[in-house]
Design a protein around this ligand. Structure first.
Ligand code: SAH
Length: 343
């Protein structure tokens, strides 16, 4: 197995069988894999950790994804949406703390139409010319993506969730297809967004073969950003009795992604931190953390999964504690847009 890790480190690639072998037998080699992933990350990004201020603008959602706590059919959710002023206030607070990237994330809420988003993005762009603006608002038309880009957005996060048609259809209702997801991701790339895809680890019915296919998809499209965290069940969804994803396997997959795409912007996700309580991901190749900048009174309403944390080190206002914690393990939060490095 060690030779597979070396091969992956050197070639930045493995074939399907090799990836499968590594994923199914990682126990003896995982420490070595983590070490090489950390080396790869350091050779591109050093010890720097980029921070992104996450602003959860709405928990209304048109979609009914079986895994997600804010799915349309969950009538127990107390729905909210932020108004423009609230969003600007979050950004202002974030800027003062040191954030230079704002991520507007939310359910697929038609209230946020192109005109409103263009206005919000335009205002943020003018107020914070030195900041990156990331959007994570799901599937839209190419025309819509283009308008957001022209208004000043730089990056777009849209996890592909699973590249396998059959598996994708077990996670989503019929009106959502992997073909449209991939269409969206291609449109975003063509328009010029730094684009992020990704998947949950341990989502219901996921096999190791599915993960191999997902890894090959990520490599093939050379995404600038990749979001990966463990599946965590939510009590008011059809998957309420499904087991959570495995933390070890999630870390192994993150390390493999770092070695496949050494330049990738790779967050240690909130879902991962929710299960293990620490920024373990940072030691295995992750270089991004996305603390929460949403207003305090809505934080507990954006519950994608049970016990999602938004306090302590996940809270934007506690950046100093996060910095101290990362310093202890040899990493350093930088005040920087943290763009993708081409080399
Ligand atoms: N509506 C946007 C943002 C979704 S939230 C969109 O569709 O892109 C961002 C990510 O959270 C999703 O892509 C999904 O992979 C993840 N997520 C949702 N429910 C989850 C759960 N139960 N456990 C872990 N991650 C989850």
């Amino acid at each position: 197995m060690k030779n597979l890790v070396d091969k992956l480190y050197e070639n930045k690639n493995l074939d399907r069988e090799e990836l499968y072998a590594l994923l199914s037998n990682f126990n003896d080699v995982k420490e070595y894999l983590f070490k090489k992933a950390d080396e790869a990350r350091k050779s591109v990004y050093g010890n720097d950790v980029y921070i992104r201020g996450l602003i959860e603008i709405s928990n209304y959602c048109e979609n009914d994804c079986f895994y997600c706590g804010i799915r349309k059919s969950n009538n127990k959710v107390c729905r909210y949406r932020l108004n423009k002023e609230e969003i600007y206030e979050c950004a202002k607070k974030g800027y003062e703390i040191g954030f230079r990237t704002f991520v507007l994330q939310g359910g697929e809420d038609l209230y946020f139409d192109d005109d409103l988003l263009v206005e919000i993005i335009g205002t943020l762009r003018k107020t914070y010319p030195d900041c990156a603006i990331t959007i994570s608002l799901g599937e839209r038309s190419k025309e819509s993506y283009l308008k957001l880009f022209e208004a000043g957005a730089n990056r777009y996060l849209l996890r592909h969730e699973s590249i396998n048609k059959h598996h994708y259809s077990k996670l989503h209702p019929k009106n959502l297809t992997i073909d449209n997801r991939v269409r969206c991701l291609q449109d975003l790339k063509e328009i010029g967004f730094q684009t992020g895809a990704g998947m949950m680890i341990g989502s219901p019915f996921q096999t190791l073969e599915n993960i191999v296919d997902d890894l090959m998809f990520l490599k093939e499209h050379n995404f600038e950003m990749v979001g990966i965290g463990p599946f965590i069940s939510h009590k008011d969804t059809p998957f309420k009795d499904m087991p959570n994803g495995d933390v070890e396997l999630t870390l192994v997959v993150l390390a493999i992604v770092r070695l496949l795409l050494p330049n990738v912007l790779l967050p240690s996700t909130t879902a991962l931190n929710t299960i293990n309580g620490r920024n373990m991901g940072i030691k295995v190749g992750c270089n991004v953390i996305m603390p929460n900048l949403s207003p305090n009174n809505v934080r507990d309403k954006y519950m994608l999964y049970d016990n999602k944390i938004s306090s302590n080190l996940e809270a934007g206002e506690n950046l100093k504690s996060l910095q101290n914690e990362l310093n202890l393990i040899g990493y350093n939060i930088v005040i920087d847009r943290g763009d993708y490095k081409n080399n």
